[in-house]
Design a binder for this molecule. Structure first.
Ligand code: CP3
Length: 347
């Protein structure tokens, strides 16, 4: 239970805040020299994720360096397919890969869903981070959405066209629904256990929801996130849940109807337009273009003010980038961003 009042949690619950809270997707990452040093010590990214002590160390690095309003568990969305025995590995410069991708209904039928025992390193990471944070800021737990996880599992890694996943969607929708249902069950158990281990809010990353047509987005992505929200809320009614569908700006009113507390948006829609779609049902997280962090401090300040002024009202806004911070950003610019958000939103 939280004993203090945090702007990040209050904003999600649309209660008054002292300033607009900010955290940044991938805030612990390669743009920080201390992250690169810990990753080198671990040997590789996956070993880093699987060591609770080292995952805690990198989670804390941006918290120690910047005045951020929340920490996010250092992990990856692909821990679930890894625990389902798909053989996750990261090849340098190419991103994630699976040695046993899903190729048939039989592959889906044999996937285990009761996998929390294979994920104890994540829950140990959460409790280790909670101790290290000592209530300085709240901790965000997370998972991938079933749809986004399915794309990696079926394509065997990252993809530009999602050809195999869409083939299954159109030729064998029942198989895809079975996969999504199994993933939803695993995600529910995974998020519940992160919460029991100390996560103060949870977020679902639906990085690839935006590549679907409207009806397919509703049926194959949002439908399963809605089930997760319902189930996790039933177990943990006070824990705020944020849903983020990249490129999902056209679907916000449907996302708000799931019962989630916050919606993440990218920079292709303005905050004011997003608010028009959702009214004051939910809080909104976003939405600076990550490329702004390549600009000068003056430009960063100007762009921060623009985003802040687009949001109408005193609470319900969590500042973030519209997607993860990129590895070649100067950490000094991250400091400018965080300090500008606080300075220009002080109430
Ligand atoms: O936000 C945070 O700081 C928490 C940590 C976090 C990571 N991945 C660490 C990471 C989170 C929340 C994720 C989620 C994630 N992972 C998503 C959804 C969010 C998004 O970015 O859209 C996705 C699609 C993945 C899968 C994944 N993991 C990819 C495609 C890659 C390669 C990306 C790249 O930039 O190389 C990863 C690796 C990864 N996950 C890194 C980090 C810090 C880089 C690994 C390294 O150190 O080399």
């Amino acid at each position: 239970m939280l004993t203090m009042s945090f702007d990040y949690i209050n904003a999600l619950l649309k209660k008054p805040t002292k300033r607009t809270p900010i955290w940044v997707m991938r805030q612990a990452g390669r743009y920080l020299p201390e992250y690169r040093a810990t990753r080198a010590k671990a040997g590789d990214f996956l070993t880093l994720c699987k060591s609770p002590e080292l995952a805690c160390e990198v989670t804390m690095q941006p918290i120690d360096r910047f005045d951020l309003d929340a920490a996010i568990l250092f992990s990856d969305i692909l821990t679930i397919p890894d625990a389902m025995n798909l053989g996750l590995y990261f090849s340098e410069g190419e991103g994630p890969k699976f040695s046993n991708p899903i190729q048939s209904l039989a592959d889906i039928e044999k996937l285990p869903t009761d996998i929390n025992n294979e994920l104890t390193y994540v829950f140990d990471g959460v409790s280790t981070i909670k101790k290290a944070l000592n209530n300085r800021v709240p901790l965000i737990g997370f998972s991938g959405s079933p749809w986004t996880l399915a794309t990696y599992m079926i394509e065997g890694g990252s993809s530009k066209t999602f050809a195999n996943t869409k083939k299954m969607l159109f030729n064998n929708p029942d198989a895809l629904h079975l996969l999504l249902e199994k993933l939803a069950q695993s995600v529910i158990a995974y998020l519940n256990q992160q919460i029991l281990s100390g996560a103060n809010s949870v977020m679902i990353f639906d990085t690839w929801g935006g590549v679907l047509s409207k009806q397919n987005y509703l049926d194959f992505s949002l439908n399963y996130m809605a089930k997760i929200v319902k189930s996790v809320k039933a177990q943990h009614p006070t824990i705020p849940i944020t849903l983020f569908s990249k490129n999902g700006g056209k679907h916000l009113s449907h996302i708000a109807d799931t019962g989630c507390d916050g919606i993440g948006i990218d920079w292709t829609i303005e905050l004011a337009q997003a608010q028009q779609q959702v009214g004051d049902k939910v809080a909104i997280q976003g939405n600076l273009d990550p490329a702004v962090l390549y600009a000068t401090p003056e430009v960063i300040e100007r762009e921060v003010k623009k985003v802040l002024s687009q949001f109408k009202g005193d609470t319900g806004h969590i500042f973030n980038l519209g997607h993860g911070i990129t590895p070649d950003v100067d950490p000094e610019n991250m400091k400018v961003l965080v300090d500008c958000v606080h300075k220009f939103s002080s109430r």
